[in-house]
Design a protein around this ligand. Structure first.
Ligand code: TPP
Ligand code: MG
Length: 908
């Protein structure tokens, strides 16, 4: 049973009066027999309407017949020269297939995909010839999410357009070895920054990112930053891809936000990688009901023009019935067979339909095409979609996977993975595409058949170029020229410099205060976009509600329950906060759209996405990776960080590893700040790096951990080592006694525990310890690795010294590191610490308890650090070996109830 099989009207078992029911049915039958389908439909729709008035609770009709949504009579004229357009489409198809085929030759074997573009060429080409506006268009240009593995088609078009060379096509998937001509496998803006705009190939991210891109366009317009209301977002997706949770999970959001600037084009070739998407069912019908249920405008493009007459003569509905009942698995098989097979196995299922094709030859039956390959049908759908108001639109276009590549490709289950053509395939495909390349040329080297370009002066090429000129330039194209913004003065960050006086506040609150001041800043305030998945109150950010307001294009049409309160929940079309609901995937899609606005809309926006750190990298890490590809800039705030700091919330909330996960993303710069003043400098440096226009690598995202443990935030120390804090380590506190020396390194919430350990070491054991705040273990590691790499490759040059090594060069005694994260976080710098190094971390699942008990359990509290330091001193012969055991005894280290590190409370 699939979604589309479910019959909302199947209540027959409980029919109280079957005879009466039969009479009603007969009336309808005779009405249709006498007056035809149209009239029958009218009466039924009118009855449905009436049933609604009478509150009969009849469910909505989820699907329509398995035919085109736009009737033949309603089709607009096709405005182009179809013959010319088809001519160069064939060249594109040839070059696309040859690009992959050549890359798969022996000795190279880097692969690619042929069948996908073959199935979707007409969809793209109707868009390229008639709809997709380039960046020079007065609208500012459309934004197109290309299906990742259809990329060879876009390269092949760019080749005909003269903006990509033959050498580049030859360099497909050989990015380094064919540099500077290597081109990327899929749409990767980071690898081809002037070409691709949106990375799509991780299935499911394209759809959700497209939704939030469309939302961001409305946001920019509504907030008066730039009017981009004429831009359209087009997302090309696979029918298999629609199985991804992210593909479907935000559809209702697009409806609620009335994203009529958004169009999905789903290439329904009925196949995914392994085989049929829904062999027993009908993916188009399933998607139709799903999208309609989510409130989208649905346009089905199922049949090509060859079917028009047959459908017009289908007076009894026999053909429609057959179309409705045939499962996708059969439709797929038909296209891998022949006209005779289709006649027998499709039309032959009903004598009436068999009769309908009597006058057609087998070839003509074979030539009854699918709608997604028909320019006229596709044009009608695209036009209707682009003009539709009030709702997003989805076009469900039926195609054949491997279309035009011959019987060994078309509709075959293995077609997705087929990367090369036999000599025979090549010849047939060449004939089919009318490519003027001789047999001899193909035979000369069947692994490297020639590309085809007829020359710039060719009539068809001229036509193609003219179409693009008229539409405002080439697509895809990525531009990064953007409005200049002035950055805030240093004093804007003063709020966190002063500390919190006597008040105890967590770093989350310190950051919330800083952000409040940044939001007020004249230069960048209105460009900051706080993104919060239903946790604003948790993080003290409800303070922004009345002033910054929550973005909602519909405003606030209800009387708010808390309207009289100071911190009222306020929604507005001009609102600044993007509140996505409980929706981390959507929040990150919003982050990506906001953080790339500098490139997609030429207007820098600064996303500040605040979330439970546990629900970040490990939940949406793939989206974060894609954002790195798309070169998003902004701040990712992992609030409620630490394995023992949010400890009331327990196992699934206790984050001890997000910093480690963040370290795996090369576009992420992460910091684990201890105090508000550290945050101030880090945020300022981040804004300057990303938006100041001077840094050589501005395409980064800052990941900052924030904690919820209240403490007195100290004022910024005099002569604060800003450079150290930004590079990852600075000296925080010197010992006040003399004695055996030790070096304590800590980050984040563990810094105050370390200061406590410093006191205990002095008072209880006469040890003189320095304390270092390590703001970023990961940045220190990266710097260390860079130095190692340099030294490795430049043996005759003066060796570079890693920053942390230099910083700690004169520090005496053993080094002991402490964190509320896993050992592996501080272990990142192990190779670069100039001396004995021990780490304390929390490696197991978290649990619920008091902070003090949890820290004692994991042996990461102040007392554990004292003992560990004493042991390190013993190992070096600088301490009496009896001392550590005495210390364990003295502190009852094995008793979790004796822990004292941390304040009470640990809920969010
Ligand atoms: C998240 C993710 N999982 C798996 C893949 C591997 N993959 C690439 S294409 C593909 C099949 C796509 O089928 P469909 O979406 O129907 O596209 P078609 O090629 O049929 O147009 C798969 C599984 C991927 N790219 N991303
Ligand atoms: Mg498919």
């Amino acid at each position: 049973m699939t979604v589309n099989d479910q019959d909302p009207y199947s209540v027959t078992n409980t029919d109280k009066d079957p005879e009466e029911t039969a009479e009603w049915n007969e009336s309808l039958d005779s009405l249709v027999a006498a007056q035809g389908h149209e009239r029958g439909r009218e009466i039924m729709l009118s009855l449905l309407k009436r049933s609604k008035d009478l509150h009969l609770g009849v469910p909505m009709v989820p699907t329509t017949d398995y035919i085109n949504t736009i009737a033949k009579e309603d089709e607009p004229d096709f405005p182009g020269n179809e013959e010319l357009e088809r001519r160069y489409r064939a060249w594109i198809r040839w070059n696309a297939a040859i690009t992959v085929h050549r890359a798969q030759r022996p000795g190279i074997g880097v692969g690619g995909h042929i069948a996908t573009y073959a199935s979707s060429a007409a969809l793209y080409e109707v868009g390229h010839n008639h709809f997709f506006r380039g960046a020079d268009h007065e609208s500012g240009g459309d934004q197109i999410f290309y299906q990742g593995h259809a990329s060879p088609g876009m390269y092949a078009r760019a080749f005909l357009e003269g903006r990509m060379s033959e050498d580049q096509l030859k360099g497909f998937r050989q990015e380094k070895s064919q540099a500077p001509n290597g081109i990327s496998s899929y749409p990767h803006p980071r690898l081809m920054p002037e070409f691709w705009q949106f990375p799509t190939v991780s299935m499911g991210l394209g759809p959700i990112n497209a939704i939030y891109q469309a939302q961001n366009n409305k946001y920019l317009t509504n907030r008066g930053i730039r009017d981009v209301s004429e831009k359209q977002v087009w997302a090309f997706l696979g029918d298999g891809e629609m199985d991804e949770v992210e593909s479907r999970g935000a559809l209702q959001w697009a409806t609620n936000e009335k994203l009529d600037n958004l169009n999905f084009v789903i290439n329904c070739n009925l196949q995914r990688l392994d085989g049929p998407v829904r062999g027993n069912g009908k993916i188009i019908q399933e998607l139709e009901s799903f999208f309609r249920g989510a409130g989208w405008n649905v346009i089905k493009v199922i049949w090509g023009r060859e079917w028009d007459d047959l459908l017009a003569n289908d007076h009894e509905g026999a053909l429609r019935d057959l179309m409705n009942r045939t499962p996708d698995g059969d439709y797929q098989t038909y296209k891998a067979e022949s006209g005779a097979y289709v006649r027998e196995n499709f039309f032959g299922r009903d004598p009436r339909t068999l009769k309908m094709v009597e006058h057609l030859s087998d070839d003509q039956v074979w030539n009854l095409k699918r709608g997604g390959h028909d320019y006229r049908k596709v044009y009608a759908a695209f036009k209707a979609a682009s003009e539709h108001k009030g709702q997003p639109t989805v076009i469900l276009a039926k195609t054949v996977k491997g279309y035009g590549l011959g019987p060994s490709f078309e509709g075959r289950n293995a077609t997705h993975q087929m990367k090369k053509l036999t000599l025979d395939n090549l010849k047939k495909f060449r004939d089919e595409m009318h490519i003027p390349i001789t047999d001899a040329a193909l035979e000369a080297d069947p692994y490297q058949p020639p590309f085809y370009h007829p020359g710039e002066d060719d009539e068809a090429i001229q036509y193609m170029q003219e179409r693009r000129r008229e539409l405002g330039g080439y697509v895809p194209e990525r531009r990064t020229k953007h409005t200049h913004i002035d950055l805030p003065e240093a004093k804007t960050y003063d709020i966190v410099k002063k500390g919190s006086g006597k008040q105890e506040i967590a770093t989350t609150m310190a950051f919330a205060r800083l952000l409040k001041d940044l939001l007020r800043d004249k230069s960048i305030g209105n460009r900051i976009v706080p993104i919060i998945p239903d946790e604003a109150r948790t993080f003290g950010m409800d303070a922004y509600f009345p002033t910054a307001k929550i973005y909602n294009p519909a405003g606030q049409q209800y009387t708010s329950v808390d309207r009289e309160q100071l911190l009222a929940y306020k929604e507005s079309p001009q609102g600044q906060i993007v509140h996505v609901g409980i929706n981390e995937a959507g929040a990150f899609a919003a982050f990506t759209a906001v953080g790339t606005s500098y490139a997609t809309n030429g207007e820098p926006l600064i996303p500040v996405y605040v979330f439970y750190s546990m629900f970040g990298f490990q939940r949406t890490g793939d989206a974060m990776w894609a954002a790195g590809d798309q070169m998003a800039r902004g701040f990712i705030m992992g609030a409620t960080a630490g394995r023992t700091t949010l400890t009331g919330e327990g196992l699934q909330h206790a984050d001890g590893h997000s910093l480690l996960l963040a370290s795996t993303n090369p576009a992420v710069v992460s910091y684990d700040a201890a105090y508000g003043y550290e945050l101030g400098h880090i945020v300022r440096a981040g804004i300057e790096r990303m938006y100041g226009g001077k840094h050589e690598d501005p395409n980064v995202m800052y990941y900052l951990t924030l904690y919820n443990e209240p403490l007195v935030q100290p004022a910024e120390p005099e002569n604060f080592d800003v450079e150290g804090a930004l590079k990852g380590i600075y000296h925080l506190s010197a010992p006040t006694i003399t004695g055996p020396k030790a070096q304590l390194l800590a980050s984040g919430v563990a810094v105050p525990w370390t200061l406590e350990a410093q006191r205990l070491l002095a008072s209880d054991w006469g040890v003189a310890a320095d304390v270092w705040s390590v703001t970023s273990w990961t940045e220190l590691r990266r710097d260390g690795l860079a130095a190692e790499e340099y030294n490795f490759l430049n043996p005759n040059e003066e060796a570079r010294v890693p920053y942390v090594t230099a910083k700690l060069a004169d520090a005496k005694g053993p080094f002991v590191a402490l964190t509320d994260f896993m050992h592996a976080v501080p272990d990142q710098i192990r190779a670069f610490v100039p001396g004995d190094f021990a780490t304390l971390g929390a490696d197991d699942f978290g649990f619920s308890d008091t902070r003090a008990a949890a820290r004692r359990f994991f042996k990461i509290d102040s007392h554990s650090l004292v003992v560990r330091t004493l042991e390190s001193l013993v190992k070096r012969g600088e301490m009496d070996p009896a001392v550590p055991a005495q210390a364990i005894e003295k502190y009852s280290l094995h008793d979790v109830n004796e822990g004292t590190t941390g304040s009470a409370g640990g809920e969010s």
